[in-house]
Design a protein around this ligand. Structure first.
Ligand code: AVJ
Ligand code: FE
Length: 439
C-alpha cells in the first residue's frame, strides 16, 4: 500500500466510499420510516440522524475543505453536530426525513466523485494519499457500526441476516491457553508513510518497552465467562473496581448485556433472535468493568494497550512491527471476521491464517478488546485534521479498545487502530482477552 500511483489511490478512495455507502443502505433500507426515526435506546441516535450526519461530514470535509465548494446545506450543520446534541436528545430535533436524508447523501456523493476525479492527491496533508477521502470512508463505516449497534438494541423480529462465520479447523481446545510475548522495545503506532489512512491518534510511530508478558491465545469465551457468572462473580465486590461495583449494584446487572437466565441455562438475544449462549464464542457486550472483574477473578489482568499492540504487530524474527498480525497484506475473509459479513464473532480458535507470528489468534475482528489503558496521546501527537476526532477525548475517562469487531470494516481496522469508550459501556461489540506478567 505505501506509495501508490494517483490512479490507484483514486480507485482505492472510490471503492472505499462506495463500499461504505452500500453498507449504509443495507442498514437503513430494511426498516420503515417510523423505525428510522424511532429511538431504540437513549444511548443511540435514531438511524435517520446517522443517515444525514454521514453526508454532512462528507460535505464539510470533501466538498468544502478539499473541493473548495460552496456549502450545499449550511443550515443543517448544527443539527448534525455530535457535540451540540447528545444522542438522547436527537429524536426531538427537526431532522431531515429519511427520503430527504438519502437524497442529500446522494447529492453530496455525486459532487464528491467530481472532486475526487479532479483532485491532485499530493502536496497537502489532507490530500496526500487521498487521506481525507479515506478518513470520510472510515467515518461512514464507523457510523455503520454504530447503526448496527442500534439494530442490536432494537426490539422486534430480525431484519438482518448473514451466513454463519467459519468454525475453527483446529479448535481452541488444541491451542495453548496463552502465548509468551518477549519483553523489550518495539515500534508502537505508525506514520502516514507506512499507513496513509491512519488517523491522528495512531501517530506518530515511537518505541515502547514492555516487560515479558503472557497473553491469551484467543478472546475470553462465553463459556469461560459463564463460569465467572455461575461462581457468583457479580456478587463479590473483591473482583470489582469501586465504580464498576456501584454500576452493577445500581442497575442490578448480573450477566453480559442481552443475556437472560431461563431455568438452568443462559439465553441471549442477538439481532432479534433468541439463542442459547454459545460456549465457544468470544463473549461480547461486556463493560470494561466486567472485563476487569473477570480478569481479577481469573487471577489475571487486562493487557495494556502497548502489550496488545506488541502481541498483534511484533515480528520476533525481523524485530519489525507489521500492519496486521498476519503481515502487511490487506485483510481477506481468511484472515479475520470483519465487515459485517457475519452477525456474530467466530468461535474461539477460528482464522488460523490471521494468527500473529507468536500464534495469538483473532486479534483483528470478532470483538473489540478492552485494554487496561486510558485513551492518551502518543508522544508527539498532533491533532489532524480536527481536535474533535481524538484530542477532546484524551484522558482517564475513556478506556482503549483494540482490534475491531465483526462489525468493523477493513478500511477502519488495522494493528494500530485505536478505539475508545467509557468503561460503563456495554452496547458496543466489545469483549476482551486477559494477560499476566511473566515469571
Ligand atoms: C472512534 C468510534 C469512538 O463513533 O464516537 C464518529 C468515531 N467520530 N464520528 C464514535 C466517530 C466522529 C467515534 N469512535
Ligand atoms: Fe460522526
Amino acid at each position: 500500500s505505501p506509495v501508490a500511483e494517483p490512479e490507484a489511490l483514486r480507485r482505492r478512495a472510490y471503492d472505499a466510499l462506495a463500499a461504505a455507502r452500500e453498507r449504509t443502505a443495507r442498514l437503513t433500507d430494511c426498516v420503515d420510516d417510523g423505525e428510522l426515526a424511532a429511538q431504540h435506546s437513549p444511548l443511540m441516535s435514531p438511524l435517520v440522524w446517522d443517515l444525514a450526519h454521514i453526508p454532512n461530514q462528507e460535505e464539510q470535509w470533501l466538498l468544502r475543505a478539499v473541493g473548495g465548494r460552496a456549502a450545499l446545506r449550511p443550515e443543517i450543520d448544527p443539527l448534525y453536530d455530535a457535540f451540540r446534541h447528545p444522542r438522547a436528545s436527537r429524536p426531538s430535533l427537526p431532522l431531515l426525513a429519511p427520503r430527504e436524508a438519502r437524497a442529500y447523501g446522494a447529492e453530496v456523493r455525486d459532487r464528491v466523485l467530481d472532486v475526487l476525479a479532479a483532485a491532485r492527491l499530493e502536496g497537502d496533508p489532507l490530500l496526500d494519499a487521498a487521506f481525507a477521502f479515506g478518513m470520510v470512508a472510515q467515518h461512514e463505516q464507523q457510523h455503520d457500526e454504530t447503526m448496527l449497534i442500534t439494530h442490536q438494541l432494537r426490539r422486534g423480529p430480525a431484519v438482518l441476516t448473514a451466513p454463519e462465520p467459519p468454525r475453527p479447523t483446529d479448535g481452541a481446545a488444541c491451542l495453548p491457553a496463552e502465548v509468551l510475548v518477549p519483553g523489550g522495545p518495539f515500534t508502537m503506532g505508525t506514520s502516514h508513510d507506512e499507513e496513509p489512512w491512519a488517523l491522528d491518534n495512531e501517530r506518530p510511530a515511537h518505541v515502547r518497552v514492555v516487560p515479558d508478558f503472557l497473553i491469551d491465545t484467543v478472546p475470553v469465551t462465553c463459556g469461560a465467562y459463564r463460569e465467572f457468572v455461575d461462581d457468583g462473580g457479580y456478587r463479590d465486590p473483591r473482583w470489582w473496581a469501586p465504580e464498576g461495583w456501584e454500576q452493577i449494584r445500581r442497575h442490578d446487572i448480573g450477566a453480559p448485556l442481552f443475556w437472560r437466565r431461563d431455568g438452568g441455562r443462559w439465553l441471549r438475544r442477538r439481532f432479534g433472535v433468541v439463542e442459547a449462549v454459545p460456549d465457544d464464542e468470544p463473549v461480547v457486550h461486556v463493560s470494561w468493568y466486567e472485563a476487569d472483574a473477570y480478569a481479577r477473578w481469573a487471577g489475571r489482568r487486562l493487557p495494556t494497550e502497548a502489550e496488545w499492540e506488541k502481541a498483534a504487530r511484533y515480528d520476533p524474527v525481523s524485530g519489525r512491527s507489521r500492519r496486521y498480525p498476519w503481515g502487511d497484506a490487506e485483510p481477506t475473509p481468511d484472515h479475520a471476521n470483519l465487515g459485517q459479513r457475519h452477525l456474530r464473532p467466530a468461535p474461539a480458535g477460528a482464522y488460523p491464517a490471521g494468527a500473529s507470528p507468536l500464534g495469538v489468534r483473532q486479534l483483528i475482528g470478532d470483538v473489540w478488546e478492552w485494554t487496561g489503558s486510558d485513551f492518551l496521546p502518543y508522544p508527539g501527537f498532533v491533532a489532524f485534521p480536527y481536535r474533535e476526532y481524538s484530542e477532546v477525548f484524551f484522558g482517564p475517562a475513556h478506556k482503549v479498545l483494540r482490534g475491531g469487531s465483526f462489525a468493523v470494516a477493513p478500511v477502519a481496522c488495522r494493528g494500530t487502530f485505536r478505539n475508545w469508550d467509557l468503561p460503563v459501556r456495554r452496547q458496543i461489540f466489545a469483549g476482551f482477552r486477559t494477560a499476566r506478567d511473566a515469571g
